[in-house]
Design a protein around this ligand. Structure first.
Ligand SMILES: Cc1cc2nc3c(=O)[nH]c(=O)nc-3n(C[C@H](O)[C@H](O)[C@H](O)COP(=O)(O)O)c2cc1C
Length: 337
């Protein structure tokens, strides 16, 4: 059965929080979020584990840990290593499997008034389709986030998001079986992010999520071993922010569907940069390892930031790069900055 929660009604699905006077609501296609801050997949458990320390209803949305057809044990330890300006992880997509999520986690999670987005992955198109089919029979989800930074075992291990045709194949198959909004999460390591984003849009994506982690290696020069169990992992955190920010802007220039931007967001300024580059909403990932309340805190910080910057509607920031005519912060006052 489909989710009964309103996602596109004349009345706002979420009342605006107006502590600072700023309207923080954003739309991701037909989905209305109470604010643009989304807890990112893999860094916020299945959401429910954070309920005792975080006001989940304060968040714009929560993306679950990646869900697969069957439970997965993940990679050998150590699975995480701090790097300069970030984190290298190789969790190996450990998860309880889609059916256990539906039975054990979702019934508690859906009681909270926030958007719940199920992150879905697989190693062949049938895997993705099967996970979505199981989730389609449930209530309480707002959207799917398709993680297509996964190797396709039927095509020599090539990641789906590395070519437009593989992207179109998996997104098109997911689109055909799902009624809910379909967000497609891309790898940052692609030849042309515009081409891949366009392929996702043309195949039925309602939004793209830019981006996942960057393949990385960290070694111990003394032992000549990798610092993490599965040799290489994915780099996230502040170190990747400038690179991912550019990807968001590149995609924004060529697609019409909304973008959710994430990579290294720690504070309101970081989030605003993503919105200005073209994102409609933002994700917070690695910052949760520094402060489990990072995404909740960011909502308050964005309210204060909007007040300081005299922004009445946060959605007006979207894609505003280069459009501000006055700047009161220094010598360039009055000039385009
Ligand atoms: C420990 C960890 C686990 C992650 N697991 C997933 C996952 O299961 N699925 C997914 O799509 N992304 C996963 N990611 C990627 C994040 O959702 C996010 O795209 C990336 O870390 C960049 O954002 P950040 O710099 O704010 O962390 C994971 C990231 C980390 C650090």
């Amino acid at each position: 059965m489909l989710d009964s929660r309103p996602v596109s009604s004349p009345e706002p699905a979420h009342p605006a929080r107006r502590l600072s006077g700023a309207d923080l609501r954003v739309n991701i296609g037909a989905v209305s979020l109470k604010n643009p801050v989304i807890a990112a997949s893999g860094t916020f458990g299945y959401g429910i584990e954070f309920a005792h320390i975080v006001d989940l209803e304060r968040l714009g949305g929560i993306v679950t840990k990646g869900l697969s057809r069957e439970p997965m044990a993940g990679s050998p330890p150590p699975r995480m290593r701090e790097a300069i300006g970030g984190l290298i992880n190789a969790i190996g997509l450990e998860n309880i499997g889609v059916r256990a999520f539906v039975a054990e986690k979702l019934p508690r999670l859906r009681k909270y008034n926030t958007a719940i987005i199920a992150n879905v992955f697989g190693h062949c198109v049938d895997d993705y389709v099967e996970v979505i089919r199981v989730l389609e029979d449930t209530e309480g989800l707002t959207a799917y986030e398709l993680n297509i930074s996964c190797p396709n075992v039927k095509r020599g291990g090539l990641e789906y998001s590395t070519t437009p045709s593989l992207t179109a194949e998996v997104v098109g198959a997911a689109r055909r079986v799902c009624q809910r909004s379909l967000w497609v999460k891309l790898s940052p390591v692609v030849g042309n992010i515009g081409v891949i984003s366009k392929a996702a849009e043309s195949s039925g994506a309602d939004a793209v999520v830019i981006a996942n982690t960057y393949p990385a290696l960290c070694l111990d020069a003394h032992t000549h071993r990798s610092c993490i169990g599965s040799t290489s992992g994915g780099l996230s955190g502040p170190a990747i922010k400038p690179i991912t920010l550019r990807l968001v802007h590149e995609a924004y220039r060529v697609i019409g569907i909304p973008i959710i931007g994430l990579g290294g967001i720690q504070n309101a300024g970081d989030a605003a940069e993503y919105l200005i580059a073209g994102a409609s909403a933002v994700g917070v990932g690695t910052a949760h390892f520094v402060d489990p309340r990072a995404s909740e805190r960011l909502v308050g910080d964005l309210e204060a930031w909007c007040q300081r910057e005299n922004i009445r509607e946060i959605s007006s920031l979207r894609g505003s790069l280069g459009t501000r005519l006055s700047w009161s912060g220094g010598a360039q006052d009055g000039k385009i900055c």
